[in-house]
Design a protein around this ligand. Structure first.
Ligand code: NAP
Length: 249
């Protein structure tokens, strides 16, 4: 075990939960961020500590800069930040753009895009050799929607993830010589609770035929890719966007 810190935003459920558990097993002290589901976050912490690891749950809404600053301050008290899994994200009900309220569009962009950008900024301030850090890895969570656009489902979601791709390319290059690697994953259809927000019953199963592998992915399969991007095995990889989508990309 090291005192290296990994922050996982949205670490209480789904892909973030799977990543937090694996990071805990790999010896990181894991800061499990959540916004509403305290019981789920505490369960992740309990699983990590029961396996001999270290973890804390920190409540915070990534749509709010003040919450992000408090989240990173909590991590600072534990040790040096080496990993940010920039994962917290939401979808909304299936809608065309001309049916969406401004409040809905703002919420999606605030959580998925603004939150991820501010979290990445705070991570760079701690990891970059320019700021006295010793390097680290930022893994952004994009989506296959960043390239197919999610027409008829949620183009604002697709756009919020397209911005994550561009952030990854630009920031990856900006800090490449400062020990910080910035990459993104583009998951396809992964079996998590996020699909419930679409309001389409059984959406995951319904999508199977459209996936070349004819099945959805698991949160663990995405977390394995996260672990690779956090590890020295990917030491020459930065500014990259990697689909984890069963061939649907
Ligand atoms: P999920 O199962 O619904 O979990 C979402 C997580 O994000 C939860 O831990 C939730 O916390 C947290 N969260 C939501 N809003 C937040 C906020 N404002 N501040 C902080 N945390 C917040 O979702 P998932 O499927 O694992 O998705 C994780 C990421 O992968 C998202 O960025 C999503 O867009 C992306 N993605 C998912 C899929 C897929 O098919 N599942 C595909 C492509 C991309 P609480 O538990 O407190 O609610």
């Amino acid at each position: 075990m090291t005192d290296n810190i990994a922050i996982v935003t949205g670490g209480s459920r789904g892909i973030g939960r799977a990543a937090a558990l694996k990071l805990g097993r790999a010896g990181y002290t894991v800061v499990v961020n959540y916004t509403a589901n305290e019981a789920a976050a505490n369960e992740v912490v309990k699983s990590i500590t029961a396996a001999g690891g270290r973890a804390v749950a920190v409540k915070g809404d990534v749509a709010l800069e003040s919450d992000i600053l408090a989240l990173f301050a909590a991590a600072d008290r534990l040790g040096p930040l080496k990993v940010l899994v920039n994962n917290a994200g939401v979808m909304d009900q299936q809608n065309r753009l001309d049916e969406m309220t401004t409040a809905r569009i703002r919420r999606i962009l605030d959580i998925n895009t603004f939150g991820a950008i501010i979290c990445a900024r705070e991570a760079v301030k701690r990891m970059s050799t320019k700021h006295g850090g010793t390097g680290g890895s930022i893994v952004n969570m994009s989506s296959a929607a960043a390239y197919h656009g999610a027409p008829g489902l949620g183009v604002e979601y697709g756009a919020s993830k397209g911005a994550i791709d561009v952030l990854t390319i630009g920031l990856g290059r900006e800090v490449a010589a400062e020990g910080v690697r910035v990459n993104a994953l583009r998951p396809g259809i992964i079996d998590t609770e996020i699909h419930d927000s679409s309001g389409i019953p059984g959406r995951v199963k319904m999508m199977r035929d459209a996936i070349p592998m004819k099945r959805e992915g698991t949160a663990d399969e995405v977390a394995d890719a996260i672990m690779w991007l956090c590890s020295e095995q990917s030491s020459y990889v930065t500014g990259s966007i990697i689909p984890v989508a069963g061939g649907r990309c």
